[in-house]
Design a protein. Structure first.
Length: 159
């Protein structure tokens, strides 16, 4: 079942790249007591994700945080090395780049995407959420090929 507005996010962690290498980051550490803009992409370095989705959040990070957001997080079913390199390549210093390497968080919230037809295996659907103290207050899941309800502009309009 897909996560809905009013649901708590599951207690499943992520990996983040640090100067010492990949480190775990629990969902509680990410969400507890915070207002978080959380968006997911099907794949780091892919065209729509690299040309439109992530750059929108990079450009609008200050405006988003000015609306009372503590953290902006981008997640993909990629490993921490890839997410760290993609964040560096995109100048995403203000965004926490989350690796859901095995797709466990993505599966738990019911937003997996079978991209095996493109040689990408199981991935995350493109979506955006606003999470307040661990509870989803906005969820925008994209139709295939679109970046509308999960874009930085759409999220800003919801804040």
């Amino acid at each position: 079942m897909t996560i809905q507005v009013g649901d708590k996010v599951p207690a499943i962690g992520f990996q983040v790249m640090t100067s010492e290498g990949p480190k775990p980051l629990s969902s509680e550490e990410l969400f507890a007591g915070k207002k978080v803009v959380f968006f997911a992409v099907p794949g780091a370095f892919t065209p729509g994700c690299s040309m439109t989705h992530l750059p929108g959040f990079v450009v609008n990070a200050d405006a988003i945080k000015a609306k009372g957001v503590d953290t902006i997080a981008c997640m993909s079913v990629n490993d921490a090395f890839v997410m760290g390199a993609w964040g560096q390549a995109q100048n995403a210093e203000e965004i926490v780049m989350l690796a859901d390497g095995n797709g466990e968080f993505t599966a738990a919230i019911g937003l997996s995407l079978d991209a095996s037809g493109f040689g990408m295996g199981q991935r995350a659907q493109r979506f955006g959420m606003i999470v307040e103290d661990g509870t989803v207050t906005y969820l925008g899941v994209e139709a295939p090929g679109e970046i509308k309800v999960s874009s930085a502009d759409a999220i800003l309009a919801q804040l």
